[in-house]
Design a protein around this ligand. Structure first.
Ligand code: LMR
Length: 394
C-alpha cells in the first residue's frame, strides 16, 4: 500500500529551514521562517508565559479533556483581543485550533461544507500554505493582484479590479495585518473601499491574523479586522498566538465564524465542534490556557503587552537601520519601503538568482521570492545583510 504514495510538493519555507540547518558555516544568518529572535539570536519564552506556566503548574488539578471547541474562556479572551467590541457575542462561533494553520484548515473545511462551489481568492503573493491547504481540501482558487513589484507597495487598483471578477458567495482571503510575505498593507480607507465592494458583490471575507501586535500596535493591527467584522454579515477569522505570545510549538490558534444573525450561531458552532472532532477531537489546551490566564490577569496582561511592544519597536528599529544602511551603501532611496512595511516580513524584490547568490556567498537565508524575516535580524547582522544586498546588485 505505502509504495503507492506520491512524493508531496515541498513547502518552500520548510525546505529552506532544512537547508539552513545543514549549512556548517558559523556566520550564516537565518531570515527564512517567521520566528522572532532577540539580539542574542534566541527565540525567548516571554516573561508572562513563564509566569503563567509556573502558576499553572502549581494550580492545575487535571488534564482531563476540555470541550471540543476548547475552553470557552479561551475563545472569549482571544476573540476579545482580536475583535474588541466590533461584533455581538451572540453572532460569534468559536473553536480553538492547533495554531493559525489549524484555523485556516478548519475554515477551509467549513467553506467546503457550506458552499463547495465557492472560489477562494488569494492575494498574489500569499503565504504558500494558504493555496496548499485549500488545494488539499478541494476548494477552487482565484488570485487577486496585491503586491506591486515596482513600488513595493499594494497594487490596490489591480486588487479591486480582480475582485470584481468574484461571484456572490466567493471567499476573499485577506491578511488582517502585517501581510505575509510582502509586509505591504492596505490603509484603513482602502479597507473601507474593499468592504463596499465585498458588500455589493456578496463576497465573504476570511481574515488570517497571525501577527497582531507586530505592526503598529495591538489595537492598530486589529483595526482592519474589526472594521470588516462590524460591516459584513458573515466573516471567518483565523487567529494565531504563535508569534505575539511566542508560543510557536504550543500550537495555539482560534477560528472565529461570524454569522449574519444570532439564531444561526448554534448551527455554525455545532459544525465547528464536529470538524474538530473529525480532525483531531479536542484541540491542544496548554498554550490556550496560558493565553487565557495572561489575558484575564491585569498584571500578566500588562507585562505581556510591554514585552510585545519591545519586540515590535525592536523590529521597527531594525527596519529603519536596514533602510539607512542600504541608502548609504547603494546611494539610492529605493529600499526606503523597508521602513514603511510592517510586521515580520518584507519582500526585497531580488531575483531567485540573487537570493541564491546571497545564500551561497554570504550564508544569508531568505525565501526564494526574496521574503526577508526582519525579526531574524539584529543590530550586528543588519550591516552584513545590507552589504550583501548591495554587493549582489539587488
Ligand atoms: C512563516 O510564514 O514563516 C510562518 O508563518 C511560519 C510557517 O509556518 O510558515
Amino acid at each position: 500500500m505505502l509504495t503507492n504514495l506520491q512524493a508531496q510538493p515541498e513547502d518552500k519555507i520548510m525546505a529552506l529551514m532544512a537547508m539552513y540547518r545543514a549549512d556548517p558555516r558559523d556566520n550564516k544568518i537565518d531570515l527564512g521562517v517567521g520566528v522572532y529572535k532577540n539580539a542574542q539570536g534566541v527565540t525567548p519564552v516571554m516573561r508572562a508565559i513563564k509566569a503563567a506556566e509556573q502558576q499553572l503548574w502549581e494550580a492545575e488539578q487535571t488534564k482531563a479533556y476540555t470541550g471540543l471547541a476548547g475552553d470557552p474562556a479561551y475563545g472569549r479572551a482571544l476573540s476579545g483581543l482580536v475583535l474588541g467590541n466590533a461584533v455581538e457575542a451572540e453572532r460569534l462561533a468559536l473553536a480553538a485550533q492547533p495554531g493559525g494553520t489549524g484555523a485556516i484548515h478548519q475554515a477551509a473545511e467549513l467553506i467546503k461544507a457550506a458552499n463547495p462551489d465557492a472560489t477562494v481568492w488569494l492575494s498574489a503573493p500569499t503565504w504558500p500554505n494558504h493555496p496548499a491547504i485549500l488545494r488539499h481540501v478541494g476548494l477552487a482558487m482565484g488570485e487577486y493582484r496585491y503586491f506591486d513589484n515596482d513600488t513595493r507597495g499594494v497594487d490596490f487598483d489591480g486588487m479591486m479590479d480582480d475582485l470584481k471578477g468574484a461571484k456572490a458567495g466567493d471567499v476573499v482571503l485577506l491578511h488582517g495585518c502585517c501581510h505575509n510575505p510582502t509586509g505591504a498593507n492596505l490603509t484603513l480607507p482602502q479597507w473601507s473601499e474593499l468592504i463596499a465592494l465585498m458588500q455589493d458583490s456578496g463576497l465573504v471575507p476570511m481574515i488570517d491574523i497571525a501577527y497582531q501586535g507586530f505592526g503598529d500596535g495591538l489595537d492598530e493591527d486589529a483595526a482592519a479586522t474589526r472594521l470588516v467584522a462590524s460591516a459584513m454579515p458573515e466573516v471567518l477569522i483565523a487567529a494565531s498566538c504563535s508569534k505575539n505570545f511566542g508560543i510557536y510549538r504550543e500550537r495555539t490558534g482560534l477560528l472565529m465564524a461570524i454569522s449574519e444573525k444570532a439564531d444561526q450561531t448554534a448551527l455554525t458552532q455545532q459544525n465547528l465542534s464536529s470538524l474538530n472532532r473529525l480532525n483531531f477531537s479536542f484541540p491542544p489546551d496548554h498554550g490556550a490556557r496560558l493565553v487565557t490566564m495572561i489575558l484575564e490577569d491585569d498584571a500578566l496582561r500588562a507585562d505581556w503587552m510591554a514585552e510585545l511592544e519591545e519586540v515590535r519597536l525592536g523590529m521597527l528599529g531594525l527596519r529603519e537601520q536596514l533602510a539607512t544602511e542600504l541608502r548609504a551603501r547603494t546611494g539610492s532611496d529605493r529600499f526606503g519601503f523597508i521602513a514603511e512595511h510592517r510586521g515580520m516580513f518584507s519582500r526585497l524584490g531580488a531575483t531567485p538568482e540573487q537570493v541564491a547568490k546571497m545564500r551561497e556567498d554570504h550564508g544569508i537565508y531568505m525565501v526564494g521570492d526574496s521574503r526577508l524575516n526582519i525579526a531574524g535580524l539584529n543590530r550586528t547582522t543588519v550591516p552584513i545583510l545590507a552589504q550583501a544586498i548591495a554587493e549582489t546588485g539587488v
